[in-house]
Structure formats: structure tokens, C-alpha cells
Design a protein around this ligand. Structure first.
Ligand code: BG6
Length: 498
């Protein structure tokens, strides 16, 4: 459990009437208060276009907490304390005068709560208004000033840009007013316990690291499968597709954590330096086609329920060519990984939700058993289950009891649920607390986000020019397009059955 308390601050959420605030940010803040991890002077103010009073905002946020908080049932005393810390201000993101009003409110809240002038700005709006908010906060709220020793930090939600150029421009825009150490680019995957455990598994154990390289690993498969469709986010998803929505951020973070070298120390820059090196050494293998397989879900059944196809979803063009499934073969050009393929795949409307990293080791160099037995031997496999069955499993061969030399694959399992018996905090709890503590280890640095865009932008451009893989329709509730199986089979391998 997290145990350090940050200094008091006011968190300013831009986009306070949106879904993210309702489902994630406010429930996470409540849980932090319920776990006594925030100082009593903490306060937050929501800023958004819709007019509402503080009281209306608090009532809405109560619903959010009731529905989405981890600590349930709601404790009335804690809720009362938390509700007193919540404020709301209606405003327009483009109007400087509204930020002046916000500034006065912040000063008044500082006086009332004793929050000491520290500010945590959170961009939870659609990305189109990031620019004016950054500029107005930057010019009016003196973020780089130490302001009597007080700090200002800004958290930027994804999507951070839509290609390499726009990500660079957004970085430049932020750097006009904020130093890099004040900028916290969120990738909520990094806040997940199981994702943080990749560091611990690799670097707090002595036995895995020596075999974690091209000499012992045959290939790696990383899967982010979802059974949900795009819900009511059609207009966003049409421009994003799975490559921007999942692959550029969450998926490449999983690749970087799996492949990085041990950092010299566990500090934000040392860790991120190593991740950047991996991202810069990554390339899409284009020795066969463009190294990608694209798919789009058609109608089908999930959990026995009929679901629509992608082009029937609200906000989606009937002739849309946006991909909802993508598989890629990545190579890492460095000494540790040269020649070891990293196959990644992600899709919506697949049969079930599962995120995992599977490390497939090479076969033993010599098989000593009878030909029949040798044929049944399978290579060792280590699976890091990120969600939903959080845990780690090691697959190896064991002798079947009885006469003869028959061998059978068996699994050794570690499960978070049985080993720890306490529900993990939500990713946003960890990330909000880290930002308040000034620890950016689990946030992406400017060069990191640019390196990941540098990998995917040429792929997107090839698609836009009409090249690259074609888009194959797959039935909702199946494991994606048939061509994804052919794609990996061409290398003599197959996707893991999940
Ligand atoms: C978000 C994507 O970043 O991650 C969503 O925009 C996706 O499309 C979600 O569903 C997945 O997150 P999680 O935590 O449910 O794996």
C-alpha cells in the first residue's frame, strides 16, 4: 500500500463535467482520502463549461463515488470531509477572464484550506482545448515561478498528439511555460499494479534476468484484448483506431518495460532513459508486407449477446476503414534482443478481456527422450497476466507418473488474489498520488512519447497513402482476422490461445 503523504495542494480539473472525472478521478481522490493518504488541507476545483453550483457538483460527485470508488460502502464522515474539499467553477476554455476568476477562486481556497499555493492542473478535456488551457494557465498562473516555494505541475491525459508532429508541437507548447519535471503525461497502464510489478519481477529477482535475452528467448507475445466495443466514443475512435488508442501508448509501454535494461537506479530519469533506449531501437518488421495485420469487427455475439458491427456504431461512418484490431511484428535492434520478434496484438470485441505478456523460451538444446516423448515437449513459457486474472505463470514439462517416459506440460501459478488478499488500488489512485508527491517515474517523458510516435507514425502514413495491410472484417466474439493467424504462422509460430 502507498504510504507517503504529499504536501497540501489544490488540484484543478479542467473537464470536470466529463466522463473521466466522474468515473476515475473523483473516485480515486475519494479512495485516497479514505485510505488517509492525502493531507487534510487538500482541495480540488473542477472547471468546465456547464453551469452548476458547488452543491450540485458535490451531489454529482457523490454518485460518482458511490458507483466507482474502491472503498465501499461510502463512509459518511469521510464523504463529508471530502465533499467540503470539492469546488466547481463554470468557465470557457478560450476566455482569459474566466481564468482570472479561477485564479481568484484558487487564492480564496488557499486561504480557506491552507493549501499553501501548490497547484496540480489536470487536463481531462478533449485534446482540442489542451492548447488554450496550457497557454492561459501558463501565462496567468506563473507555473515556473517558485511562488514562495510552492509548486505547480500539470497532468496531461492521452491522447498526447495524434502523430509525431503534433506530439512534438504539444511538447513545445507545454515547454513554453512548464519545465519537463513539471509535466506528467499519463498512461494509466503504468499505474496498474501488475505493470509496476514487471520492474519488480525482473529486477528484484536474480533468476530471470540472466535468461532474459536473445540466447534463451524465442519470441514474446503481448496481447491487449477487449470484449467491449467502442461504446459512445465513435467520433473519437474514428480518428484514433487501435493504433493510436492502445498500441502507441499502452502496448509500447508494455514492450519497453519487458525489454528495457536494468536502470542504474530507481529514479524517474534513470528508468525512463532505459525505456527510451528500447523505443528508439524498436522497428516494425517490414520484411513481409508492412509488418501489420488490420481488422475491423463486424456484428457477432459476445457472452451470448448479439452486438453491432463497428460501422453500425454511433458516430462511425458506414464505410469507415478504421481498424479495431491490429497485430504487428516488432524487432528491437540492440544486443539483448536482436532477432527476437515481439508480436503484439490488440483488438476490440474479442471474446474476452485479457492483457498479458508471454515470454516464449527456446526449446532445450538436445532432447534426450524417446522420439514420441520428445515430440510432446513444449518450450517453457512465462506469462505475466496483467488483467483480469492478475498473476504470473510458468509453464514447464513434468514427467507423467507411472511407467515409461511420458511428459506433460504443467503450470506453476502465482495469483495476486490468493497471495495478497487485498484489492489493488486503481491505477489513477497511484498516479494522482505520485504526481502530488512529485514522482514522475510512472509518467511518460517528452522524448519517450515522441519515440513511440516515431514508430507508429510511418505505419499510419503508409495506411493513409493506401498502402500496407488490407482491413479484414472479423466477427465480434472471435479472436480477430484470419490473416493474423497466417501472419504469425508464416514465421512457424502461433498466437497463444487465451
Ligand atoms: C483506454 C482506451 O486508454 O484504455 C480504451 O482509450 C480502452 O479504448 C482502455 O478500453 C483500456 O483500459 P483498461 O484499463 O480497461 O485495460
Amino acid at each position: 500500500m502507498l504510504n507517503k503523504k504529499p504536501s497540501p495542494c489544490i488540484m484543478v480539473i479542467f473537464g470536470a463535467s466529463g466522463d473521466l472525472t466522474f468515473r476515475k478521478l473523483i473516485p480515486a481522490l475519494y479512495d485516497l482520502v479514505a485510505d488517509d493518504l492525502l493531507p487534510p488541507e487538500f482541495a480540488m476545483i473542477g472547471f468546465a463549461r456547464k453551469p452548476k453550483t458547488n452543491d450540485q457538483f458535490r451531489q454529482e460527485m457523490r454518485q460518482a463515488v458511490e458507483e466507482f470508488a474502491r472503498c465501499k460502502p461510502i463512509n459518511p464522515t469521510i464523504w463529508e470531509r471530502f465533499a467540503r474539499a470539492l469546488h466547481y467553477q463554470q468557465g470557457d476554455y478560450h476566455t482569459p477572464a474566466d481564468y482570472q476568476v479561477l485564479l481568484r477562486r484558487l487564492e480564496a481556497i488557499d486561504q480557506a484550506h491552507g493549501s499553501g499555493g501548490n497547484r496540480l492542473y489536470y487536463l481531462a478535456t478533449p485534446p482540442e482545448v489542451y492548447w488554450p488551457i496550457i497557454e492561459h494557465v501558463g501565462t496567468m498562473m506563473c507555473p515556473t515561478d517558485t511562488n514562495n516555494g510552492a509548486w505547480s505541475r500539470i497532468i496531461v491525459e492521452k491522447p498526447f498528439g495524434s502523430d509525431l508532429d503534433s506530439a512534438r508541437q504539444l511538447n513545445e507548447h507545454l515547454h513554453r511555460w512548464f519545465r519537463e519535471d513539471q509535466i506528467y503525461r499519463i498512461d494509466h497502464y503504468l499505474g496498474k499494479e501488475t505493470v509496476q510489478n514487471i520492474f519488480v519481477f525482473r529486477f528484484a529477482n536474480g533468476i530471470f534476468e540472466p535468461i532474459w535475452d536473445r540466447r534463451y528467448v524465442d519470441h514474446v507475445q503481448i496481447t491487449v484484448a477487449e470484449s467491449i466495443g467502442i461504446g459512445n466514443r465513435g467520433s473519437y475512435y474514428e480518428h484514433a483506431g487501435v493504433i493510436r488508442d492502445i498500441v502507441q501508448n499502452h502496448m509500447l509501454q508494455l514492450v519497453a518495460l519487458t525489454a528495457m535494461e536494468p536502470p542504474a537506479e530507481f529514479s524517474p530519469d534513470a528508468v525512463r532513459n532505459e525505456k527510451v533506449k528500447v523505443l528508439k531501437a524498436l522497428r516494425v518488421d517490414t520484411s513481409r508486407g508492412d509488418g501489420t495485420v488490420r481488422g475491423q469487427y463486424g456484428p457477432g455475439r459476445i457472452n451470448n449477446e448479439l452486438v453491432k458491427g463497428y460501422t453500425q456504431e454511433e458516430g462511425v461512418a458506414p464505410d469507415s476503414t478504421t481498424e479495431t484490431y491490429l497485430a504487428m511484428k516488432l524487432l528491437i535492434e540492440n544486443w539483448r534482443w536482436a532477432g527476437v520478434p515481439f508480436y503484439v496484438r490488440s483488438g476490440k470485441r474479442l471474446p474476452r478481456r485479457v492483457t498479458e505478456i508471454a515470454i516464449q523460451f527456446k526449446m532445450p538444446p538436445l532432447l534426450l527422450f524417446s522420439k514420441r516423448t520428445a515430440e510432446t515437449i513444449q518450450p517453457n513459457l512465462l506469462v505475466l497476466n496483467i488483467q483480469p486474472d492478475e498473476g504470473i505463470s510458468l509453464h514447464f514439462s513434468a514427467k507423467t507418473p507411472g511407467a515409461g517416459d511420458a511428459v506433460q506440460p504443467v503450470i506453476m501459478n502465482f495469483s495476486y488474489g490468493t497471495s495478497f488478499r487485498t484489492p489493488a488500488p486503481d491505477a489513477y489512485e497511484r498516479l494522482l498520488l505520485d504526481a502530488m508527491l512529485g514522482d514522475s517515474t510512472l509518467f511518460t517523458r517528452s522524448d519517450e512519447v515522441e519515440a513511440s510516435w516515431a514508430l507508429v507514425t510511418p505505419v499510419i502514413e503508409r495506411w493513409q497513402e493506401g498502402g500496407g495491410s488490407f482491413i479484414e472484417l472479423y466477427r465480434a466474439g472471435t479472436w480477430g482476422p484470419k490473416s493474423a493467424d497466417d501472419f504469425i504462422a508464416a514465421d512457424g509460430r502461433k498466437w497463444r490461445t487465451l
